[in-house]
Design a protein around this ligand. Structure first.
Ligand code: AMP
Length: 986
């Protein structure tokens, strides 16, 4: 399976002090501080180092500035420092003055500036301390060790920059300084070339790159090749592709021409094919082969079929004469020319007796079934002249006959006709039309072929297919009587001689005149057409009832309970939705509920937190979903539907419904301060949150809110076991729901709630509205809104929602959890996500994700839904992992992020800091002390309320620092929450 990782990152080095053999000549100030010293590295290669060790003197401030570093096209720069630091304890008599850190700065400029170091022009990157800098020697003394630290700076806006090192009294040897940035290296994927691409400026951004087809390849229709360069310099998510043009086929990463004797007719074909029969080519790279001499390809023939030729002549032609009709019959040709589209055409010629001279028969002769394109091997030629000589040629033709210039091949016979019947009566005139009669006259046929003794008139009512009447007449005029008034009739006439009847002439349509009285209306019972129509309509009605009966039967079948299993009942099957609510949800008295504050926004109104005190029970924290002012009856029904569903569930990992308020008295609910009672009798009009009859859904309170936001807030703060524990809970909740026959359709981290014990519970139930209130849901071509990134392929493509599609969504939730709330498929568009998934792309393992968990995700994203694990199996697999934590180890060599478990008691207790200054010092951000003071953040409580925007507005520009400060604020906030149990609203 394609997991999207294409190639390793390439580092582009801007500065590497180790690679330089001559003197570095960086600027050091004041004299006596940093000194350039030559040394040898661990491989005894000469290197240049800088050292400083003024540990005896107080108030040291020694600066060292690198040469100017041009940043090129880089946006995020990595600085790797290798250094040793002496342990102050190992230096006798330095107590008080010796330091064990130094500071790293940078200054951006567009060109080299003077040799003076102006401290205030530098921006601090970090204070660098020696991590495990000293190891215990055999004799108990501490030995120096080489430290490696990497820092990231960016985004940079000038052409280049300097790095500077500030020593404040430590004993340091700077062994090497390496400055580099990362690139996704040029690559060919799916026959498209992707150029070297510099990674984006933000850690989470992907750079979308369009590929260029390699030579002799073209873009697949509507599927242009794209890839994404990640911040780590890895190519991710290949979408679309190029394909070799006609005449070329793929070999490795290139397109090669088809060889001689081979062709490829379209870019869609994968391989070159051998030339079909009777064709050849003697050049390379052709899209089709030429036909051999005497062979042809019809216009509609694809290049893949053999070349063919015209058929030989038909065989065994025989004839039969009946008066002026000749019947011809023959057998198919011996050689069909290699085709199966052979038809026949007839050539008729009338010849004089002496000397034999022939002319084409012309349009008076008829052919049955037709003259050309005959599929069967016979034809009747009619309306020939009596006592005449004819020759008939029968030719076989196929799809290439018209392309061939060779001689026509046909079979021929000569025939003399006998006495014949008269030809058609072609001209009929309506003389007089009355209510009940029509008078007609006509001309004699052009070829009477004898003496006409009689004419026959055939007529019938136009609407009726059954009734026909005939009248005979010797004269060439007649009146037809006993007709119905206002009725359309069709008339046809033929002549009769001793040789028999001629053929009928053309149809003549005449409508009789209207009658004055109403009695002319034709009764519907007498009209067979109408009767048929009635029967057909009755049949349809019966059919419609049968189909409806089936659907209705199925709907109620949903609600049937099977003995032994509890089954989910669709509230929509209740005629009265109120009955469903009260069957599954307890009605609560509004006076038992105290609203405290608004915590979120739902589709139907605000979501609040508060307390519930039922008689004889302890009061508990609850979440209260309210229905907004001025709701319609439909909104009320849809809103309560969630309660009807939730009320049927009882599982520790499914959010628990306490009850509903549907019969409250008129009241006004005010935006209020914590702790107030909120219910006032009408009238009271002060910025009401709600007024009217209150409708509420009361749910157990989940202190940590929705899972996605919670994870983002605590990025990197949990152990893998804690994360797997959360996933196990969600899987157990889903196992329960699927056992009950409930399909969630919108399983996503944002629809999981987390309580104070980190227990995760499935929430957000509803029917159609489940999707309506999800901001992630978008309209798809199959109709209806779907949260594309979370939804299985078959549900997107043809709305097949099942527990197996819930398993797919669960896999996405696993990915969200393991990446701490990262957005699935990052900033790709929904269209690209659908395309990528269809092409087999699956999300790669998040950072630090154990391979076993990623494998489980991939199993959940199996294309065939039968291949996906069931929730029952998922719970089993996760339980096994939790019991054997070794299986959750990340393999060596992967980059691991530091884990500072949220609930781990060893985290520094922020509430013990007495001032903002102390706290900033502890997190090594003391340089921003003034920024905090200037903006009035003087207490830890005020700092705990800060948002990321607040932190940015302090003038802290380094993204790394903003993140560090913010994550410490969040940890402080969590600790305060645990301590006071009160909400700090941000
Ligand atoms: P919902 O309409 O269910 O999507 O809820 C909107 C928001 O209210 C959610 O994203 C949560 O942040 C919050 N919320 C809903 N239910 C609860 C609950 N039981 N406990 C705590 N917060 C909740």
């Amino acid at each position: 399976m394609n997991t999207g990782k294409a190639q390793n990152a390439k580092e582009v080095i801007l500065l590497d002090s180790k690679a330089q053999q001559t003197e570095l000549e960086w600027i050091s100030s004041p004299p006596g501080g940093w000194e350039e010293i030559s040394g040898l590295d661990e491989n005894y290669t000469p290197i240049r180092t800088y050292q400083v060790c003024q540990v005896m003197e107080p108030n040291q401030n020694n600066w060292l500035r690198t040469s100017w570093i041009e940043k090129g096209d880089a946006q995020r720069i990595f600085v790797e420092l290798k250094f040793t630091l002496r342990d102050c304890n190992s230096l006798p008599g330095v107590v008080g003055t010796c330091k064990e850190t130094f500071n790293l700065y940078y200054q951006e400029t567009d060109s080299e500036v003077g040799r003076n170091i102006r401290e205030n022009q530098y921006v601090k990157i970090d204070t660098i301390a020696a991590d495990e800098s000293f190891t215990q020697g055999d004799l108990g003394e501490r030995k120096m060790k080489l430290n490696t630290e990497v820092r990231i700076i960016g985004p940079l806006s000038r052409r280049g920059f300097y790095l500077a090192f500030q020593d404040v009294g430590a004993c340091i040897a700077l062994v090497s300084v390496k400055v580099y940035y990362k690139k996704c290296w040029s690559i060919i994927e799916n026959l498209a070339t992707f150029p070297d691409t510099v990674t984006g400026s933000e850690f989470s951004s992907l750079v979308e790159v369009e590929g260029m087809c390699v030579s002799d390849a073209e873009e697949e229709a509507d599927n242009a090749p794209k890839m994404h360069c990640s911040a780590e310099g890895e190519w991710l998510v290949p979408i679309g592709k190029c394909i070799c043009k006609a005449g070329f086929h793929q070999k490795g990463d290139a397109c090669e021409p088809c060889g001689r004797g081979f062709y490829k007719s379209s870019s869609q074909d994968l391989q070159c094919s051998r030339c079909p029969a009777h064709s050849y080519n003697d050049r390379e790279g052709l899209w089709r082969c030429d036909c051999e001499d005497g062979y042809y390809r019809a216009h509609s023939d694809p290049p893949s079929v053999a070349c063919t030729r015209p058929p030989s002549a038909p065989q065994n032609l025989v004839y039969n004469i009946n008066q002026t009709t000749v019947s011809l019959e023959w057998s198919p040709p011996a050689d069909m020319g290699g085709r199966n589209d052979v038809t026949y055409r007839i050539m008729c010629r009338r010849c004089s007796w002496e000397p034999e001279e022939c002319v084409p028969c012309g349009g008076n002769v008829g052919y049955s079934p037709q003259q050309a394109e005959l599929v069967d091997t016979y034809v009747n030629v009619v309306d020939l002249l009596a006592h005449a000589n004819y020759t008939f040629e029968v030719e076989a033709v196929n799809g290439v006959s018209d392309l061939s210039r060779t001689q026509r091949l046909f079979a021929a016979v000569s025939v003399a006709t006998s006495q014949a019947a008269p030809s058609q009566v072609s001209e009929v005139i309506r003389e007089r039309v009355q209510q009940r009669s029509v008078q007609l006259s006509w001309q004699e046929p052009e070829q009477p072929n004898g003496v006409i003794t009689e004419y026959e008139i055939k007529y019938y009512e136009k609407v009726s297919v059954f009734e026909r009447e005939r009248e005979s007449e010797r004269e060439r005029a007649s009146t037809v009587n006993n007709l119905k008034p206002s009725t359309a009739y069709v008339f046809q006439i033929r002549a009769f001689t001793t040789a028999g009847y001629g053929t009928y002439g053309p149809r003549l349509e005449i409508t009789t005149k209207e009658e004055a009285s109403a009695s002319t209306i034709v009764s519907s019972e007498q009209n067979p057409v109408i009767i048929i129509a009635v029967v057909a309509v009755a049949g349809t009605i019966i059919l419609v009832f049968m189909v409806f009966g089936f659907i209705i039967g199925r709907r109620y079948a949903l609600a049937v309970k099977f003995p032994g299993t509890k089954t989910y009942i669709d509230p929509e099957t209740y005629e009265d939705p109120n009955r469903a609510v009260h069957q599954f949800a307890k009605e609560l008295d509004a006076s038992c509920i105290k609203i405290e504050r608004v915590i979120g926004a739902g589709e139907f109104g605000e979501v609040c937190s508060g307390r519930m005190k039922l008689p004889g029970k302890r009061d508990t924290s609850v979440a209260i979903k309210t229905l907004k002012v001025g709701y319609s009856e439909k909104q009320r029904r849809d809103f309560l539907c969630e309660a009807s569903i939730m009320g049927q569930f009882d599982h520790p990992n499914v959010v628990h419904l306490e009850g509903v308020v549907t019969r409250g008295k008129d009241c006004i609910l005010l935006h209020a301060r914590v702790g107030d009672y909120k219910w006032h009798p009408v009238p009271l009009f002060v910025s009401p949150l709600f007024s009217g009859k209150p409708v509420m859904i009361v749910i157990e309170y989940m202190e940590n809110g929705s899972l996605d936001a919670f994870l983002r807030k605590h990025d990197g703060q949990f152990t893998v076991i804690q994360l797997v524990g959360m996933l196990r809970g969600i899987a157990a909740g889903m196992r329960y729901l699927s056992d009950m026959g409930y399909v969630h359709r919108d399983l996503a981290a944002r629809n999981i709630l987390v309580n104070s014990n980190l227990v995760c519970k499935v929430s957000d139930f509803g029917l159609s509205r489940v999707i309506d209130d999800d901001p992630e849901a978008v309209y798809t071509t199959t109709g209806g809104k779907i949260p594309v990134r979370w939804t299985a392929m078959e549900a997107i493509q043809y709305r097949k929602f099942t527990s197996a599609s819930d398993v797919w969504s669960y896999g996405i939730v696993m990915w969200e959890v393991m990446s701490y709330g990262e957005r699935p498929y990052w900033d790709m568009s929904n269209q690209d996500v659908i395309k990528a998934i269809e092409e087999g792309y699956r999300l790669p393992a998040p950072m630090d994700c154990p391979p076993g968990l990623h494998q489980l995700m991939l199993d959940c994203w199996q294309k065939d839904r039968a291949d996906r694990p069931k929730f029952d199996q998922i719970v089993g697999i996760l339980d096994k992992m939790i019991r054997n934590p070794n299986t959750l180890k990340t393999p060596l060599g992967t980059c691991t992020r530091p884990i500072s478990p949220l609930l781990d008691q060893s985290t520094p207790d922020f509430t013990t800091f007495r001032s903002v200054g102390e706290w900033l010092e502890a997190i090594k951000m003391e340089r921003y002390q003034d920024n905090f003071t200037a903006e009035g953040y003087s207490s830890l409580e005020s700092v705990a309320r800060m948002s990321i925007e607040d932190v940015m507005s302090l003038g802290i520009t380094l993204v790394g620092h903003q993140k560090k400060i913010m994550s410490n604020i969040q940890t402080m906030r969590a600790q305060m929450l645990n301590l006071h149990g009160t909400g700090i609203q941000v």
